[in-house]
Design a protein. Structure first.
Length: 142
């Protein structure tokens, strides 16, 4: 079986490739309370993902320096959210939940696709953030 590869070198996709884009928004629909020290997430090489209206994705945090093409072992699963304002999310975006900053978008893990994507955010710590069902999730271009 041949390994599928991208038609281009992902290292050539720098932040300057992305022009202006609107803020992506969602709403927390379920809370999660679990952390891992050895999760073994494999972040895909792609820096951006289009998220569609009404999709549900998992939001995770890590205190490691995860990046596209890398990985993360120390992670906390914090919530599932529904996309209410679709668009393009890009590694490096600032992520907030409610009115509080959560961290910086690190990358994406596709372990559970096509059911949902794990969206991994680099946070200052693995402390469980205060989140409620109904809180707004926002991804803002930097």
């Amino acid at each position: 079986m041949n390994k599928v590869t991208a038609p281009y070198d992902f290292r050539r996709i720098t932040p300057g490739v992305y022009g202006k884009r609107r803020q992506v928004e969602g709403e927390v629909v379920a809370l999660l309370h679990v952390s891992f020290q050895d999760r073994g997430l494999r972040l895909i090489e792609t820096k951006s993902r289009a998220v569609r209206l009404n999709e549900i994705h998992e939001l995770m945090i890590t205190d490691e320096d995860g990046q596209p093409g890398g990985g993360a072992d120390r992670v906390r699963a914090i919530a599932f959210f529904e996309v209410t304002k679709p668009g393009l999310v890009v590694a490096g975006d600032k992520v907030t939940v409610g009115v509080k900053p959560l961290g910086t978008l690190a990358g994406y893990d596709e372990t559970h696709m096509p059911n949902h994507m794990n969206i991994v955010v680099k946070a200052p710590s693995l402390d469980e953030p205060e989140i409620r069902v109904g809180d707004k999730v926002r991804f803002k271009a930097t």
